[in-house]
Design a binder for this molecule. Structure first.
Ligand code: ARG
Length: 463
């Protein structure tokens, strides 16, 4: 046995050193170092619990807690060298602790395994990430959207279905649609946080521990809401991570749809908005170009996050209970998807206040495309015409206008009356964009007053 392998925490039964390639192949320190704060915090609470329960001496626990403070300090300052020989963050921390305080360090791992340790660390780590994403990220973005919407209740744009002009809507109403999507995203994060916030520590390797530990106390000290009830489940569950990946995937889907709209709207073909130079880039060949790269990158990075979700699902699907080393592969996708989602929420949040709408262009397009045709059909319905019949009448009127390249409002009433004599001189009043918008007063609709009320309500939720 080489002295190196004797130094490994699990080296006792080994007679040959680990193959150098295998060491590099199995090491995770180059990414799981991110867990160090949470790992040390959980270890300190574990050591204090062991002392409270008389499993460790008070002085031993004190030495461990103090030593861990120093290890944390060294890690914060980037002073602790990483080595694949020590595999992961847990072994790095413990081995450095041993260098600092001697053999007492070896008592920290009493009544614990790396299996319940890593399960605890990831939950603590992700819990912080969830709080940051929900309360700063999502809420912050909602505030930016509401802030922009406040100035644009009366800005009219064409609403689309099939990317064809459908009916006029208020620009604020359109923005508030995203506030709603993000509200559900916030709800999903809050909801999964409850399930995530259960303590695995105490499960040890898989079967529990014979030591008289106090899991409730540990749970309280670490801010968990309760205990994982089954030791096998505690060390092999990664649903909480998958749920979070799914919630982030939906957040990214929402951001991606918004990004897509910004890209379309900034194209001269739409010309609805301009974006700040600071959030666009030029072309190395075409001097006229100003490209919405930030929005495109958000749309592009969505694929990464969705991929990470699939990666986690597939990693877990064939694993027998309990812990398997495959599960170490959960971390890279998790870290990547959290960081990507956080950055994309930030990118869009910073972009939103820089959006400059072009209300004239939006209004002009809202006048096109027969966007108020439904209003004429609804007018006929109010005169007692069955909706299906009214739909047919207005369809023929639209065809008439289209054939001569005119808008509906350009058609004289007499021409409409030739299609259906039930149309009277009052009918064209409903064809204006303003009348169309303000007719939609039922809750959830785009009428100016309704949108003002919706804005008020949204602000109360996100402020
Ligand atoms: N680095 C490992 C992981 O992230 C820690 C758990 C190791 N446990 C074990 N039995 N080898 O999964």
């Amino acid at each position: 046995m080489t002295s190196h392998d004797a130094a490994k925490p699990w080296g006792g039964r080994f007679t040959q050193p680990t193959d150098a390639f295998v060491e590099a192949f199995s090491a995770s320190i180059h990414y799981d170092y991110r867990l160090f704060r949470h790992d040390i915090r959980a270890s300190q609470v574990h050591a204090r619990m062991l002392a409270r329960q008389g499993i460790l001496g008070d002085d031993e626990a004190r030495a461990i807690v103090g030593g861990l403070d120093q290890v944390k300090q060294e890690l914060e300052e980037g002073k602790l060298p990483f080595s694949p020989r020590l595999e992961d963050i847990h072994m790095h921390v413990e081995s450095r602790l041993k260098e600092l305080i001697g053999p007492t360090a070896g008592k920290l791992h009493t009544a614990r395994s790396r299996n319940d340790q890593v399960a605890t660390d990831i939950r603590l780590y992700l819990r912080d990430e969830v709080d940051l994403l929900a309360e700063e990220g999502i809420r912050g973005l909602q505030r930016q959207l509401v802030g922009l919407a406040q100035h644009h209740v009366e800005t009219v744009m064409p609403g689309f279905t099939h990317l064809q002009i459908a009916q006029p809507v208020s620009f604020a109403h359109h923005l508030l649609a995203y506030v709603e999507m993000l509200e559900r995203d916030h709800g999903r994060l809050t909801d999964l946080r409850r399930r995530m916030n259960q303590l695995p520590l105490g499960a040890a390797a898989l079967a529990g521990t014979p030591f008289p530990i106090d899991r409730e106390w540990v749970a309280r000290e670490l801010g968990f809401d309760g205990l994982c009830r089954n030791s096998l489940d505690a060390v092999s569950d990664r649903d909480f991570a998958i749920e979070l990946a799914a919630a982030c995937s939906l957040i990214m889907t929402h951001l991606s749809r918004f990004a897509e709209e910004l890209i379309l709207w900034m194209s001269p073909a739409f010309g609805f908005i301009d974006l700040p130079d600071a959030f666009c880039t030029g072309s190395s060949i075409m001097p006229q170009k100003k490209n919405p790269d930030v929005a495109e990158l958000v749309r592009g990075k969505t694929g990464r996050v969705h991929g990470a979700l699939i990666s986690l699902l597939v990693t877990m699907k064939g694993l027998p209970l309990a812990y398997n080393r495959d599960m170490q592969e959960d971390k890279e996708p998790l870290f990547d998807l959290m960081e990507t989602t956080r950055n994309c929420v930030r990118a869009i949040s910073e972009l939103v206040p820089g959006i400059t709408p072009r209300p004239q262009r939006m209004a002009a397009l809202a006048e096109e495309g027969y966007a108020t045709a439904t209003d004429l059909a609804d007018w006929l319905v109010r005169q007692g015409v069955p909706f299906r019949e009214a739909h047919g009448v207005v369809g023929r009127i639209v065809a008439l206008a289209a054939a001569s390249g005119r808008r509906l409002s350009d058609l004289p009433v007499e021409e409409m009356q030739r299609v259906d004599e039930r149309i009277t001189a009052e009918a064209p009043d409903v064809l204006t964009v303003e009348s169309s918008i303000n007719a939609r007063r039922a809750p959830g609709g785009t009428a100016v007053d309704t949108v003002r009320a919706a804005l008020h309500e949204a602000w109360r939720r996100v402020k």
